[in-house]
Design a protein around this ligand. Structure first.
Ligand code: CP3
Length: 333
């Protein structure tokens, strides 16, 4: 059995698996090399030969226990026909949202547009370097995708008051997102994904209406993935109450950010846990890295746990520090 499935199915914590969010990305010189020659990020994601290579880069370098596919959560709005661009030193920029056009997109068109992502997964499945590793497919949660689709840019400075003004639009988007997210999940699993992770990176923006925007739409996806017999991991970053989220949504594993006190959570829930370490720790020194990493390893000694960070690795991270991190986790007994 693959390492992450094992943690989830057997509910055991010996040999803690490790992978890191954004492991295929800008902190790797070999990624930056490819990126330089490929200025269009969406095109890069849709070239299955190159995206396969990028997915494998961190596996070759560090031997992580899981390969997360090189893609992006915004490939779903792209597949639905909204323009998506990634601007240097700015992040994503989405185009005008025309709900009538989106409602006209049929499933076949969507799958065809995103088919290189499924090809990438098939390539991984047939790749010997991957051995018995997990292949993590992923989607953005409906709330986070809704945020990008309406706000058009990262909401890191908060959401504008006008965000919620068009009730009817929001309702229509949530319904159509449920359909296309499920379609994307189904096709990733059909191609060979062994785990699905749902990224709700902006869950922390909400202090009310969680039922409508987070619980209800996420439960729909979690139940869908479970019905396909594949484990599902949720990352509701900075959500106001992780305990409530776990009790209500009941994913197979919860991925935590670095603001939640892991000890507190450990005593309150009994599903497997992933992640937690602040990616900024990798910018300090080896001694501090060891101290902070051991904290998580000790704490989760008797709880099913997958080592990961509390958010994506920062582009300025030194590759030696990642190697050190892997050594610390692997040599921990
Ligand atoms: O290694 C991996 O984790 C796999 C690939 C992956 C990417 N994006 C590649 C990427 C994954 C899992 C994602 C998820 C993603 N994308 C999320 C959820 C996780 C999170 O970080 O909160 C979100 C919110 C996005 C949207 C997105 N994509 C943003 C905000 C940005 C720009 C800023 C940033 O964080 O990098 C991207 C671009 C992006 N996606 C890059 C990569 C490697 C950088 C592209 C570049 O080279 O310029």
């Amino acid at each position: 059995m693959t390492p992450i499935r094992k943690v989830i199915k057997e509910n055991k914590s010996n040999n803690i698996p490790i992978w890191i969010m954004r492991q295929a990305g800008r902190y790797l010189p070999e990624f930056r090399e490819i990126r330089k020659k490929n200025p269009d990020f969406i095109k890069l994601c849709l070239d299955s030969t190159i995206s396969t290579e990028i997915t494998l880069q961190p596996i070759r370098r560090y031997g992580f226990d899981a390969a997360i596919i090189f893609s992006d959560i915004l490939m779903i709005p792209y597949g639905m026909g909204q323009k998506v661009e990634f601007k240097k030193d700015f992040g994503p920029q989405l185009g005008a949202l025309n709900i009538n056009d989106i409602l006209k997109i049929n499933e076949e068109t969507f799958v065809k547009k995103l088919s290189p992502i499924y090809e990438l997964i098939k390539n991984l499945k047939n790749n010997k370097d991957l051995n018995n590793r997990d292949i993590i497919g992923f989607v953005g949660a409906p709330w986070t995708l809704l945020v990008y689709m309406i706000n058009k840019i990262s909401p890191k400075n908060g959401l504008n008051n006008l965000f919620f003004k068009d009730e009817d639009l929001i309702e229509k988007i949530l319904i159509v997102l449920d359909k296309f997210i499920k379609l994307h999940i189904k096709n990733q699993i059909k191609a060979g994904a062994t785990v699905i992770q749902i990224f709700d990176s902006w869950a922390g923006l909400l202090s009310k209406d969680l039922e409508r925007f987070i619980y209800k739409p996420t439960i729909s996806l979690v139940e869908y993935v479970k019905s396909l017999n594949v484990p599902v991991v949720c990352f509701p970053r900075q959500i106001i109450n992780y305990v409530d989220f776990c009790n209500v949504v009941n994913p197979d594993m919860i991925s935590i950010d670095y603001n939640i006190n892991p000890k507190y959570l450990l005593n309150k829930i009994n599903i497997p846990i992933q992640g937690g370490l602040d990616p900024k720790v990798l910018l300090t020194n080896k001694e501090n890295l060891k101290k902070e990493t051991i904290k998580y390893l000790e704490l989760f000694k008797n709880h099913p746990y997958v080592f990961n960070l509390g958010h994506g690795i920062l582009p300025e991270t030194n590759t030696d520090m990642v190697e050190e991190l892997v050594n610390i986790v692997r040599s921990y007994k």
